[in-house]
Design a binder for this molecule. Structure first.
Ligand code: SAM
Length: 295
């Protein structure tokens, strides 16, 4: 039954059609870029000029190591050493497609923050190398606190992001998202991009979401891969093919989460869905959820 459906889908979407759709999506995104007010954020010259300013601000004094060995452990968390951190920083700033996708992800996050009621204090966890700091700093009064499991990722961001952006960061913490050690209601919004799709186990997702709900006084924003779109369908098909060739016990460090499952996890963690923003509706698997903390 499944293969009949797949065959039908392939017949409906032959290669040329898919490329045609991709081309029109690109044109759509380009049109949005060149007609919106955020042009300076993606203009290569602006990026180059910003990168010339080296930060001198040092917030190391605020760092905190949380070494709780009872937190779930995922192998992918180990890979963010200084070399990988530099690669991660440059990866999102290199090449047309990466920049375009980075621009779209920043746009999604901006919209999600509006849906969350423009929070006055945000915990960016995991902050990585600070892809979202400039966008978070667009609100002049906003307090920005950052955290990540990898000190190398934090250090790379603090070193390479523009000085005026780094100067907006109030504190940073090196800690696990499963157990931050931060006080209850520490910020108005916990902002967590590209972490949940690494967490395959539902119990672990709920544990992490409960920690976000505890630390946030009001809202939580998370992004992950969901089903119900073309790329998720293609991803599942490729994964099934790989499993047939290499077996099913191969570890995955990223996975797709059915919407019903993640929405059940949200409810178990005491979070209520306010809304969501898709990367490209019906096409791409990235989705940012905006959640209200039920206190
Ligand atoms: C794919 S990066 C995303 C970073 C950033 N949000 C972005 O979108 O650019 C994943 C990040 O999660 C961090 N990380 C991995 N495991 C973590 C954990 N258990 N708690 C907190 N951060 C974790 C890594 O150090 C890395 O910086």
């Amino acid at each position: 039954m499944k293969s009949i459906l797949e065959a039908r889908f392939v017949r409906m979407f032959p290669g040329k059609l898919i490329w045609g759709f991709r081309a029109s999506m690109t044109l759509f995104m380009l049109r949005s870029i060149f007609s919106n007010q955020y042009l300076p954020h993606i203009c290569p010259f602006a990026l180059y000029a910003a990168s010339l300013e080296k930060p001198t601000f040092d917030c190391r004094v605020n760092s905190m190591a949380n070494q709780d060995s009872s937190s779930p452990h995922y192998e992918f968390s180990e890979k963010y050493d200084p070399e990988h951190s530099r690669k991660y920083f440059h990866k999102h700033n290199t090449g047309f497609w990466r920049r375009l996708s980075n621009w779209r992800e920043v746009g999604m996050a901006r919209k999600a923050l509006v849906m969350a009621g423009r929070p006055g204090s945000v915990l960016d966890l995991p902050c990585g190398t600070g892809r979202f700091w400039a966008m978070l700093a667009e609100a002049p009064e906003r307090r920005i606190i950052i955290a990540d499991n990898s000190q190398a990722m934090i250090d790379t961001g603090l070193e390479l992001r523009p000085r005026e952006v780094v100067a907006r960061i109030e504190k940073y913490f090196c800690c696990s998202a499963f157990d931050t050690g931060l006080p209850d209601n520490f910020v108005e919004c916990v902002f967590s991009i590209r972490l949940l799709h690494h967490i395959q186990n539902s119990e672990d997702r709920v544990l992490m979401l409960k920690e976000f709900a505890r630390v946030s006084a009001s809202t939580v924003i998370v992004s992950l891969w969901v089903d119900g779109n073309f790329r998720a369908w293609r991803h599942a098909r490729n994964e099934a093919r790989k499993a047939r060739l290499r077996g099913t016990d191969r570890p995955r460090d990223r996975s797709l989460c059915p919407r019903v499952d993640i929405e059940r996890d949200f409810a178990s963690a005491g979070l209520e869905v306010i809304g969501h923003v898709d990367f490209i509706k019906y096409w791409d698997k990235w989705r940012a959820y905006v959640l209200r903390v039920k206190k």
